[in-house]
Design a binder for this molecule. Structure first.
Ligand SMILES: O=C(O)[C@H](O)[C@@H](O)[C@H](O)[C@H](O)COP(=O)(O)O
Length: 223
């Protein structure tokens, strides 16, 4: 793991947005297309704000979430809502958005259709992950009902996930497509998350799911 510490959050958000934009630009020049996979939650909004205004060939960029909370899209906790308001706006509105959520039915019912939509856009070129203080990433939560399956190398692309700390049912990309990302960044802020990350280094992925990704991840942290 490569750990980058920034003097403050503002600088971190700006530098990280520029780094992601520059990597996407490299993929676009080399391959004509790029895939960006991002977390929801409360931390990445300011990174999205900068990224959405960057001059890139967004029409050839595909964007999707790491995971989604199974709530209606207009719900305050919807990651899709965050993405549409903060990232898929301005210049980045030209990107292709691939949903991993449906307002109808259960995650189990929507799963197959959503996975079919994702498949053509893999592998992920640039993956941004977040992490909770409980060391979950995406919706791979410690103690979640299908965590073992979600961490398996034979996992399907997407799985429903239910966990005590999750708040609501979730749908998540599994570790397999996430680990196949070509470039991986982890965004965390605050002393509690830094401590949690260091704790995770000594645990197994079943105890600390973020552990499954640390070997090849660049971490971005500010107090
Ligand atoms: O939907 C989600 O909850 C996320 O995708 C999740 O993996 C998130 O990155 C962490 O929970 C950190 O969340 P915060 O940024 O809110 O601390």
């Amino acid at each position: 793991m490569n750990f980058n510490e920034y003097p403050d959050r503002e600088f971190l958000y700006l530098q990280l947005a520029n780094r992601i934009a520059s990597e996407l630009g490299d993929f676009l020049r080399r391959e004509g297309r790029a895939t960006l996979c991002v977390p929801g939650g409360t931390t990445p909004g300011p990174v999205f704000d900068t990224l959405s205004g960057v001059d890139l060939d967004w029409a050839n960029v595909t964007v999707f979430l790491n995971d989604e909370r199974w709530v209606p899209e207009d719900h305050a906790r919807s990651n899709t809502r965050l993405l549409k308001r903060r990232l898929l706006t301005g210049r980045a509105a030209a990107a292709t958005y691939i949903p991993i959520h449906s307002d109808n039915g259960t995650p189990e019912e929507a799963l197959e259709h959503l996975a079919e939509g994702l498949e053509p856009h893999l592998p992920i070129s640039v993956l941004l992950l977040g992490m909770g203080v409980d060391m979950h990433t995406a919706s791979l939560f410690p103690g979640a009902d299908r965590l073992e399956e979600g961490l398996s190398d034979k996992a399907p692309l997407l799985l429903p996930m239910r966990a005590e700390g999750a708040g609501e049912p979730r749908i998540t990309l599994t570790a397999r497509p996430l680990k196949q990302a070509i470039s991986t960044h982890l965004l965390i802020t605050g002393p509690d998350k830094r401590e949690a990350l260091h704790r995770a280094e000594k645990l197994t992925p079943m105890e600390a799911p973020i552990r499954a990704f640390l070997a090849d991840t660049t971490v971005h942290w500010a107090e």
